[in-house]
Design a protein around this ligand. Structure first.
Ligand code: ZN
Length: 361
């Protein structure tokens, strides 16, 4: 049953809801036919249950089919603002409607959105975090973009990856029909909780495979050495930035005004020479870790091994190349100013809120 259901969703995506809805409608029709022909009190007593099931099914079918994904295209840059970054993407993928955006995360992602009930209006959105552009050298940024293109090539991206499409459509349905406040939502959640569990478990497994496949594309387009070296850099910097964000949050707790934003701290970090002793200590620690069973990301060690590197010492990113060549300096400065202002705004709101609570306490 599980294998069959997931297979069906992989093929039909959000349209898998139709056979489920049809099944419940058929059950309702049989009930109606039997009730009218026998006028049985027992069947008549089931009217509220059947009516609620029918309403929930209709709402679920319409909700899931028509749920639109509103892509967050904030930070999008046109070809004039980010010519070189666009050219880099063009080199690996240059078909269809595309949007390139830069956000403030130490991450990159690629998504596909389709309008009109998920059928037409395909648009691919690639997001690249400014911290990646500030900290990684240009070769590593190239490998990151190649990795994201790998996700698109293997159709791992939401909109194409049907399990996620269906899962996201279900989530959006529950946003409108809140299971805690509406009967329709509560009934639908009861009916589909098992499906949601299956989906979530399978999506974790698929996402891990997807990382290996995207790494392989990055290695093919660039080189296994560069793909592996980039992975190592991203993991070590990711570890460093987790500490940086933790320190920021700690400072925010006792602050009266917003502390220096993480983005400015990352810019400072990008100007400092890398401490290679610390780098290799963290790299060894990370390399010793195994995959977290709940994580959709495989351990670094497994990914490096899949690229052909059993030992991190085989990789020597000692010489980092030039940085930030893919965006003009004025665009970088504008983005830093915008993101910094946003961090400060959010922090000021948090401090106001905490202050108001303190005053009222
Ligand atoms: Zn990936």
């Amino acid at each position: 049953m599980r294998v069959l259901t997931l297979w069906l969703i992989r093929i039909m995506g959000r349209y898998t809801v139709l056979p489920f809805a049809a099944l419940i409608v058929v059950v309702c029709m049989i009930w109606l036919d039997l009730t009218l022909s026998t006028l049985s009190w027992f069947l008549l007593a089931l009217t509220p249950v059947v009516a609620a099931a029918f309403a929930a099914t209709a709402a679920l079918a319409i909700g899931v089919l028509l749920a639109g994904v509103k892509p967050d295209t904030s930070g999008s840059l046109d070809r004039e603002q980010a010519r070189d970054l666009w050219q880099l993407w063009d080199k690996f993928q240059n078909t269809g409607g595309r949007v390139l955006a830069v956000n403030d995360e130490f991450n990159a992602s690629i998504q596909e959105h389709r309008r009109f009930a998920g059928l037409f209006g395909r648009r691919v959105l690639m997001k690249i975090g400014l911290p990646l552009l500030l900290l990684l050298d240009d070769d590593a940024v190239t490998a990151v973009v190649a990795h994201e293109v790998g996700h698109a090539r293997h159709m791992h991206i939401s909109g194409t990856y049907k399990l996620v499409d269906f899962d996201a459509a279900l989530d959006r349905f529950f946003e409108y029909a809140d299971p805690h406040n509406t009967i329709t939502g509560a009934l639908a959640l009861r009916a589909f909780a098992w499906l949601k569990r299956w989906l979530d478990d399978q999506i974790i497994i698929d996402r891990r495979c997807a990382e290996f496949e995207a790494d392989a594309v990055s290695a093919e387009i660039t080189s296994p050495q560069l793909a592996a070296r980039t992975l190592l850099l991203v993991e070590v910097y990711g570890h460093k930035l987790s500490a940086l964000y933790r320190a920021y949050n700690q400072e925010l707790l006792g602050a009266v005004k917003p502390p220096r934003s993480p983005l400015l701290r990352i810019r400072d970090l990008s100007k400092q020479p890398l401490d290679w002793n610390e780098f290799w200590t963290v790299a060894r620690e990370l390399h010793a870790q195994t995959t977290d069973p709940k994580s959709d990301h495989p351990a670094m060690r497994d990914r490096l091994r899949a690229l052909g590197f059993d030992e991190i010492m085989q990789l020597h990113p000692q010489m980092l190349g030039s940085r930030c060549s893919f965006l003009p300096p004025e665009t970088i400065e504008r983005l830093i100013t915008d993101f910094d202002a946003r961090w400060n705004r959010v922090a000021a709101e948090q401090l106001d809120y905490a202050g108001a609570r303190w005053v009222h306490a």
